[in-house]
Design a protein around this ligand. Structure first.
Ligand code: ATP
Length: 339
């Protein structure tokens, strides 16, 4: 018999479409199994300060289609009369902050936590769980798809589709003017959005951090003679200090190949918004539901992910430590189809 009567639920880090579908799934699956649900607002900050509301089934009505997260991930900081918002909670990185968080959980009689977020969120969860021997299950919620142990993260598919929508529009104008477009997409040091976005949009190349140090991707792309049979070209660049981003490559082309008419588009936060795709809603619903099964089954400190369309449990230690590799087959596909 599980000792868990009440679960706490929070979202943290950058928001991602599908987080609301996950909140709905966790809440309803918990209630369905006779558990109480306490929703923690503002991520780890809300856990420290006790920003908590008991959730019933109706609290999560009509949210499955909404982007963002109704629980917010932000930590509101006031500075000289100005309200600054940040999705980050530095205090949870300190022992003192985590002690306050633990005291909140004891006070609120929360027996286990489900956290939804990216790598940083899971790292915080892992540290907290081992310090206090506290049961936590994590759900991968980030558009970057950079979490090891799951084929996809909640929000990634929607962001990819948003990218395609923009690239298709840019392609219309690019081909009218014979231009070379560098389009910067998000990814936080991971090239999944850039590489799969390039394949799906028919772009000519992707510049991704995973191979930035091995090859000069710009040089390779120009040498390929991208203009031989085309009157415009689109290159997706993953935002990252490793690649230097789209502006860096545009600057290089201006200096090294001044004959090209270069333009830069930085897609930015539009990639985080929007109603989640069918795939993300189903993924969030499956993983959210499985997180409650896992807790009731006595599982602790695991990420609930998806592999080959099956739900899997991956220990936090593995999910956090390992880098998720880019499949070299995808690089080959992009190269061979963009001739
Ligand atoms: P995204 O990938 O969308 O940016 P994320 O979960 O990786 O999401 P972060 O800002 O890296 O986002 O982390 C979210 C929160 O997790 C941080 O604000 C902090 O409270 C907590 N966190 C991150 N790293 C640690 C750590 N080393 N120790 C304790 N807490 C951490």
């Amino acid at each position: 018999m599980s000792q868990i009567k009440t679960i706490g639920l929070l979202t943290s880090g950058g928001d991602a479409p599908g987080m609301n579908a996950a909140i709905r799934a966790v809440t309803r699956a918990a209630i369905c199994n006779g558990l109480n649900v306490k929703a923690i607002f503002q991520g780890y900050k809300g856990l420290i300060s006790g920003n908590i509301v008991e959730f019933k089934s109706q609290n999560v009505s009509n949210i499955i289609q909404q982007g963002g997260t109704i629980l917010k991930t932000s930590n509101i900081i006031q500075q000289g009369g100005t309200i600054l918002k940040t999705a980050r909670c530095e205090e949870f990185k300190t022992e003192a902050g985590r002690k306050l968080a633990y005291e909140t959980l004891v006070r609120e009689e929360i027996d286990a936590l489900v956290v939804i977020g990216g790598d940083g969120t899971l790292t915080g969860a892992r540290i907290f769980a081992s310090e206090y021997n506290y049961p936590i299950v994590g759900l991968p919620g980030t558009i970057d798809n950079d979490i090891y142990g799951t084929d996809s993260t909640i929000g990634y598919d929607t962001a990819l589709n948003t990218i395609l929508d923009s690239v298709d529009k840019i392609r219309d104008t690019a081909s009218s003017h014979e231009r070379l477009f560098f389009i910067e997409v998000m990814g936080r040091d991971a090239g999944f959005l850039a590489l799969n976005g390039a394949i799906a949009s028919g772009a000519e190349a992707a510049i991704i951090p995973e191979i930035s140090t091995e090859v000069d991707q710009l040089e390779e792309f120009i040498k390929q003679g991208f203009r031989k049979s085309k009157n415009s070209s689109i290159v997706l660049v993953a935002e990252s200090e490793i690649t230097g981003g789209a502006l860096h490559y545009a600057e290089r082309v201006k200096n090294e190949y001044p004959e090209y008419d270069v333009r830069v588009v930085i897609l930015g936060h539009v990639q985080r918004g929007g109603s989640p795709s069918a795939y993300d809603r189903i993924l969030a619903s499956r993983l959210g539901s499985a997180s409650i099964d896992a807790l009731l089954d006595g599982q602790r400190n695991v990420l609930v992910g998806i592999e080959n369309d099956k739900v899997v449990l991956v220990p936090f230690s593995k999910a956090i430590k390992n880098d998720k590799p880019i499949d070299p087959e995808l690089i080959k596909v992009l190269k061979s189809l963009s001739i």
